[in-house]
Design a protein around this ligand. Structure first.
Ligand code: CUV
Ligand code: SF4
Length: 600
């Protein structure tokens, strides 16, 4: 695959041409191609040691007798459970941090947004006229109960946030399924950890073999993410770090500095990245940077932790998933600091070809060739300082001949939390709803998810977005899509000009771009919440609204979880590449027809 076929991003095309001697994700994809067709179709099973088994025309059953429907459905459920585990473990860390701030155990963090705290508490049905830290403790308590409750009762967060019509829809579905099949099949998640555990239990050898039953457990687990873990992560992070406000930022590899110490933060959790941003502006750190001949410290983000600090602090973002190796290839990165998720283990080896320190920080994520600086929430200031000092010390080792920073940046307007959006709309959703009723806006599409080297980098993200806005469809979204759209200049006011006439009119009146950055992957919950608010306003169900979701370049199991909770919430979803389900006609039909029907 040549540089031209790999990406639409001019910064990457240029870099790939000059750095052919380094192995990247595209080269490794080439050497893995063609992929195993059993894996692509989802018909291989490694869930017990009588196997591994694979289903073909010749061998229609695994050793235990499982057929392709069972095997494909089991694999789907496992992928969803893994994705939900990632988002929800992220949420857990934030809930614990909030509890520790409330108890005074953690002095390094504080509550940045008391208003949001009260709003969340109110939503959860708590009495809000209390001292702030007392309220914080109660909110953190509700969050933690959603991880630990053993009763057959739905998540408190879900019940408090989902529109009543949708909740009723799920309850009826549970009842009807029981009536029709005489089998108990639950959809409402009871406890986040429990749904993940139950998904693993049910998919071990010899437990659940009914594809419908399995997939519904996948749905239930995904709902524990969308209306549970992810939503909790977003809400609690807003409380601790502030609710995003609209602002302009710059993006792409050109945000790296030729004269400053460049620190790239990659991964997912703002708990670490917020601290690094804060510490990097400390006069003492600036002084140390000047001592080694740098003009200062430049912190930039990649992937979702990048989205977190871009939304809340206006920190520039160097790129999305496929930029992680590219950033190191610029030769100008002193430290690539990572926490969890979407981090290629290849970074260790690549960093060794440069002066770059590849710094891992999480007790949950260690890498073969990283420098591990253990992050401790209770000692966050000190750890952040140590990381920045390590980066500063690497600066004199930068080899000027190896430096190749692409001269590409784009401006983007970002920071659209629902709170910011409603403020822009003048305090209520009325103008947006009126625009939808009048037909100026024909619908809203939420585009999310990763990059995948199997897809020309950012090609689907950017072309799909443009085709939609041309047709008067407002595009909102998160994750690596949002970074793709920002880099392509689609989040500027100028993009109004390539929109359809109705959308253009609305966006001009509101002074917003037609392409809206709503945050990181866990912030997909902001979109669910927006959909819920629209439905609530119209006293209808989410499925009555002209909403669609898409993950046109997806990679991770997390995206599988997101896609599933969107569908289950009444929003049809498009995915590309095709998920590994085509080995079972039954599962394909359930996912493409039955689930859409029954969640409508
Ligand atoms: Ni969580 S999940 S590649 S960073 S969007 Fe980016 Fe976003 Fe996918 Fe990962
Ligand atoms: Fe094979 Fe069944 Fe074991 Fe899977 S669970 S590996 S299909 S024997």
């Amino acid at each position: 695959m040549g540089a031209e076929e790999r990406s639409v991003d001019p910064a990457i095309k240029g870099l790939l041409k000059v750095s052919q001697s380094y192995e990247t994700v595209w080269d490794r994809l080439d050497s893995q191609t063609p992929h195993c067709k059993f894996g692509l179709q989802g018909v291989c099973c490694r869930n017990c040691i009588m196997g591994p088994c694979r289903i073909s025309q010749k061998t229609k059953f695994g050793v235990c007798g499982a057929n392709e429907d069972t095997i494909v459905a089991r694999n789907v459920v496992r992928a969803i459970a893994a994705g939900v585990a990632a988002h929800s473990d992220h949420a857990r860390a934030v809930a614990i941090l909030l509890a520790e701030i409330a108890s005074g155990e953690n002095q390094d963090y504080r509550i940045a947004d008391p208003e949001k705290l009260k709003a969340v508490a109110g939503r959860l049905g708590l009495e809000t006229q209390k001292e702030l830290l007392v309220l914080a403790k109660e909110v953190a308590g509700v969050a933690m109960e959603d991880f630990g409750r053993q009763a057959e009762e739905a998540l408190k967060f879900l019940k408090s946030y989902v529109p009543p019509q949708r909740l009723k829809r799920w309850q009826e579905l549970e009842k009807n399924l029981y009536k029709q099949t005489a089998k108990k099949m639950g959809i409402l998640p009871r406890n986040i950890d429990r749904e993940i555990a139950e998904s693993l239990h049910r998919t071990t050898m010899g437990v659940d073999h009914d594809p419908l039953s399995l997939l519904l457990q996948g749905v239930r687990t995904s709902l524990a993410d969308g209306w549970g873990g992810s939503l909790m992560a977003t809400e609690l992070q807003d409380i601790i770090f502030g609710t995003p406000r609209v602002r302009a930022i710059s993006t792409n590899l050109g945000v790296l500095s030729a004269d400053k110490v460049n620190i790239v933060i990659h991964g997912h959790e703002p708990i670490l990245s917020e601290k690094i941003v804060e510490m990097a502006s400390h006069p003492e750190m600036e002084r140390l940077a000047h001592e080694v001949g740098a003009e200062g410290i430049n912190v930039v983000g990649i992937c979702c932790t990048g989205n977190e600090i871009l939304m809340r602090q206006g920190v520039p973002v160097a790129g999305n998933e496929l930029h992680q190796e590219m950033a190191i290839l610029t030769g100008a990165v002193e430290a690539m600091v990572v926490d969890v998720q979407c981090i290629y283990p290849a970074l260790g080896k690549l960093a060794k070809c440069f002066h770059t320190k590849f710094i891992s920080t999480s007790d949950r994520a260690k890498f073969p060739e990283s420098l591990h600086i253990q992050f401790e929430e209770k000692n966050a200031d000190e750890v952040a300082r140590k990381i920045i000092e390590t980066a500063i010390k690497a600066f004199p080792l930068r080899n000027k001949n190896q430096v190749n920073i692409p001269n590409h940046t784009s401006e983007a307007i970002v920071g659209f939390s629902n709170e910011a959006l409603i403020d822009l709309l003048g305090g209520s959703l009325t103008p947006l709803i009126e625009a939808m009723i009048s037909g100026d806006i024909k619908g809203v599409v939420g585009i999310v998810g990763c990059n995948n080297p199997k897809v020309k980098h950012d090609y689907h993200h950017t072309t799909l977005t443009q085709e939609l806005i041309k047709r008067d469809i407002l595009v909102i979204g998160t994750g690596c899509w949002a970074i793709a759209a920002a880099k392509a200049g689609l989040m500027r006011l100028q993009t109004q000009e390539i929109s359809g006439p109705g959308l253009k009119k609305v966006c001009k009146a509101l002074k917003i771009p037609p392409v809206i950055h709503m945050g990181s992957c866990v912030d997909c919950s902001r979109m669910l919440n927006l959909a819920g608010a629209l439905a609530g306003y119209l006293k209808s169900d989410i499925s009555d609204l002209p909403l669609v979701g898409s993950a046109p370049e997806w990679t991770t199991e997390k995206a599988m979880a997101i896609g599933t909770y969107f569908i289950a919430s009444g929003i049809p979803v498009h995915l590309w590449p095709i998920p590994p389900v085509t080995g079972s006609q039954t599962v394909v039909k359930m996912l493409t027809e039955d689930i859409n029907q029954s969640t409508k």
